[in-house]
Design a protein around this ligand. Structure first.
Ligand code: GAP
Length: 439
């Protein structure tokens, strides 16, 4: 498997991901997505949204505010229980997570044989605080959301009242979350600002329904990641042990399963399926004093629904898709990304950048293609370098206009994965791409 260093270097070289605030020496746990990275991220989120909202009759979307009334975070249990165990090295005062023995071991080695003593573990709350409004002090203290979930639960009533949803149904959301991680690391894997894609799927509070939908979403999510081209051998399910469940699950129905990826540093979670029971709606009902129960119109039963949540990290999914698509073959390096994910679908080049007749023709093709396809233009350097650049960004097709094109109105199309070239008519490029990219 490719090393993380190679992925980080590629991301910087080709404009996928840069260190956050790099010119100021960075800001720990933050990352900026560049031109290729932001497009890849958008494509991933768009595919997720299409699958979860557009193609399903039982899921609707929403986009809640990041800043919420702080009572919502008390209700959800985050103020009290969203903590990691923190320990401090008594030699250098660096802080670590007590539940990450590998990281502690690595740190102890940096003290070269000296006996390292640690403080007792203490609970460290991960919520990031901010101040809102013009009054200074406690009254203006709010939290940036630690998970995107609360914004959906607090709108349960609004969605039921404003749409035609009937249980079982889900509410999908994509957005940023913030955590004051003690040790951000492994590139974007553990960041302090990241994005999540979640569905809160509300069901009848019956054990058999819970089991059915939990298993349904496990399979559904695994199949989706496989359909995006993730390698089967690099994926596995892992059930949470009793002592590692999130506070909402511990207090609810006690099942959590992660989908893990075999990362360069070991098996690592990038999404979870959580049976949250009635924890959230019940607590928000109590704290807001609003009725968040659901009335089944056909049976006339009234109940607080259970929630089966699927929660995926956008950044972690993207990182693992990059690792899985990184392909070194002979003297070539390319990203074998599913064309639906690829930031650019096609690149157009004039064979030589300093021949106006070639540039004019190539430009005409580029201007036409970009209306329907994310298209890159490149007239720098030699053709070999342009192919290398397009390969490393994962562009499935490159089109070159040469002198022959001026005579026969045909161009060379090169396929990213095989590096094979064929001649096709200029008039047929769009049809060709449509067939190749959309099947
Ligand atoms: N709403 C449930 C929830 O937030 P979680 O397991 O804490 O559950 C869900 O987070 C996903 O969010 C994780 O599987 C991971 O992909 C992503 N995630 C969590 N913390 C992260 C971090 N510090 N950096 C990047 N992604 C993170």
């Amino acid at each position: 498997m490719v090393s993380l260093e190679k992925i980080v270097a590629l991301c910087k070289r080709r404009g996928f991901i840069f260190q956050g605030s790099e010119i100021y020496g960075g800001l720990g746990g933050t990352w900026d997505y560049g031109p290729a990275g932001s497009q890849l991220k958008k494509n991933l989120k768009d595919l997720w949204w299409k699958e979860m909202v557009q193609l399903r009759d039982d899921v609707v979307g929403m986009d809640a505010a990041i800043m919420m009334n702080p009572r919502a975070w008390e209700a959800s249990g985050h103020v009290e229980a969203f903590t990691d165990p923190l320990i401090e090295c008594k030699i250098c005062h660096q802080r670590f997570r007590a539940d990450k023995p590998e990281e502690i071991e690595i740190h102890e080695k940096t003290h070269k044989g000296k006996k390292v003593e640690w403080t007792e573990p203490m609970k460290f709350n991960l919520l990031v605080k901010a101040y809102l409004g013009i009054i200074e002090g406690k009254q203006s203290e709010i939290y940036l959301r630690g998970e995107i979930t609360n914004g959906v639960h607090v709108n349960f009533r609004n969605v039921v009242d404003s749409t035609r949803v009937k249980i079982p149904f889900g509410i999908a959301q994509i957005g940023k979350a913030f955590r004051n991680e003690i040790t951000p690391g492994n590139f974007t894997f553990r960041s302090r600002e990241f994005e999540q894609m979640e569905v809160q799927f509300y069901i009848k509070p019956i054990e058999s329904e819970g089991e059915k939908w939990f298993n349904y979403w496990k399979k559904n999510r695994m199949d989706w990641y496989l359909s995006l081209g993730m390698k089967k051998d690099n994926l596995r399910f892992r059930d949470h042990a009793n002592d590692e469940r999130a506070h909402y699950a511990k207090m609810a129905t006690d099942i959590e399963t992660d989908i893990e990826y075999k990362a360069p540093w070991g098996w690592s979670e990038f999404m979870g399926i959580h049976h949250r029971g009635d924890w959230d709606l019940k607590r928000h009902s109590e704290y807001s004093k609003q009725n968040l129960s659901y009335r089944d119109q056909t049976t006339n039963e009234t109940f607080i629904p259970w929630d089966i949540e699927t929660s995926a990290g956008v950044d972690r999914s993207l990182l693992f898709l990059l690792i899985d698509s990184y392909t070194e073959e002979k003297d070539r390096l390319f990203l074998k990304l599913d064309p639906r994910l690829a930031p650019y679908k096609v690149a157009v080049f004039p064979l030589l950048g300093n021949k106006p007749e070639l540039t004019k023709k190539a430009r005409e093709i580029y201007e036409k293609l970009k209306i329907n396809f994310m298209t890159a233009w490149d007239d720098r350097g030699n053709i070999g370098k342009r192919y290398a650049s397009a390969d490393e960004i994962g562009t499935p097709y490159c089109i070159t206009v040469d002198f022959q094109s001026l005579e026969d109105n045909m161009v060379t199309v090169r396929d990213r994965d095989s590096a094979k070239q064929e001649r096709i008519k200029i008039d047929e490029i769009e049809e060709f791409l449509d067939k190749k990219l959309n099947g």
